[in-house]
Design a protein around this ligand. Structure first.
Ligand code: GLN
Length: 311
């Protein structure tokens, strides 16, 4: 079994390494420094076994992959009703940093786009900015299965260039959807995006969601089982931005991508999968990541609505 899984990963890695379409994100200057050829695939099963291939030591920032994990912390802090009141679960059909509709509707459509994630960051608990950050970092560590570290260079770079997120945040404050110190909330949001991980750690996070909220490596609970379906539905409907419909159709695995080039996907009750490769398509999704997930889903009947079940 183990040999089969490792050789599957090897064949996927060999098959998609030549795929060089797409481009590394440039709107956060520090991200342009990523080596575009980096490529790693990792899986973690709910029994705790893990497999990985490629650039296993490569580290990247979570970026939007942090969003479902912060949504989970917001749900645990203020509850489902409040989160639903301030954001929603509807796909936007627009890019992840879009402002379309925000002025009219007054709240983001879901917590996987930037506006929605800034709202969930604003709900994170703590007595001071340091305390809020520390609690968020502890929360992310529980998913990754290791002490989460901030990539200071990416954090500084995004802080200096995030005028668009700033605009979204102040608009939301003017609508009453965000309360309190906008600058502090934004800082927290930018920090969550700048937490770094390797691919196996990201697969651990996916496996934690696949394992009803318990990290299968550490055996520690990261989130109450009560919220798992909330998080997975939001990931399936919105995790791949305005590609979400095609993704649900072709791949059918709740997943989230980030502009550093990572994608993590959850096969409930079975495993977590993560791919890292920095070249992105026009939607902001890793091109090799998409190819690997499409292939895996088809090869092993991983689509959650495929009633033949994973093989
Ligand atoms: N930090 C990035 C931003 O706010 C995250 C976006 C992403 O990964 N899609 O733009």
């Amino acid at each position: 079994m183990a040999t089969n899984i490792q050789s599957t990963l090897e064949s996927l890695h060999d098959r998609y390494r030549p795929l060089n379409t797409g481009a590394v994100a440039t709107y956060i200057p520090e991200l342009t420094k990523a080596d575009p050829d980096l490529f790693c695939i990792a899986v973690r099963f709910v029994d705790g076994t893990g497999f990985t291939i490629g650039d296993t030591d490569a580290r990247f920032t979570l970026q939007s992959c942090s969003k479902p994990l912060i949504l989970a912390q917001a749900l645990s802090t203020v509850g489902r009703d409040m989160v639903m009141r301030l954001t929603g679960v509807e796909p936007t059909g627009n890019s992840f940093s879009s402002m379309v509709g925000l002025d009219q509707i007054g709240k983001p459509l879901n917590p996987m786009v930037n506006a929605g994630a800034i709202v969930t960051a604003s709900l994170l608990p703590g007595d001071s900015p340091e305390d809020r950050y520390e609690r968020m970092r502890t929360n992310l560590s529980a998913y990754l299965g290791s002490d989460a570290q901030l990539d200071a260079a990416v954090y500084d770079s995004e802080l200096r260039t995030s005028d668009r997120n700033r605009a979204l945040a102040y608009l939301l404050k003017s609508k009453g959807t965000i309360e309190g110190d906008v600058k502090q909330h934004l800082d927290l949001y930018i920090r969550q995006c700048a937490i770094s991980a390797n691919t196996q750690q990201l697969a651990n996070a996916a496996a934690t969601l696949a394992n009803n909220g318990v990290n299968p490596v550490t055996g520690k609970r990261a989130v109450s089982a009560e919220y798992i379906k909330d998080i997975l539905v939001v990931m399936l409907m919105n995790g791949m931005y305005n590609y979400a419909g095609r993704w649900a159709y072709e791949v059918g695995i709740p997943a989230k991508s980030g502009v550093s080039g990572s994608i993590f996907g959850v096969v409930p009750g079975v495993m977590g999968i993560a791919v890292y490769s920095p070249r992105l398509d026009d939607y902001g999704n890793s091109t090799r990541g998409l190819a690997v997930f499409r292939d895996l889903s088809k090869r092993y009947n991983m689509h959650i609505f495929d009633q033949r079940g994973p093989k």
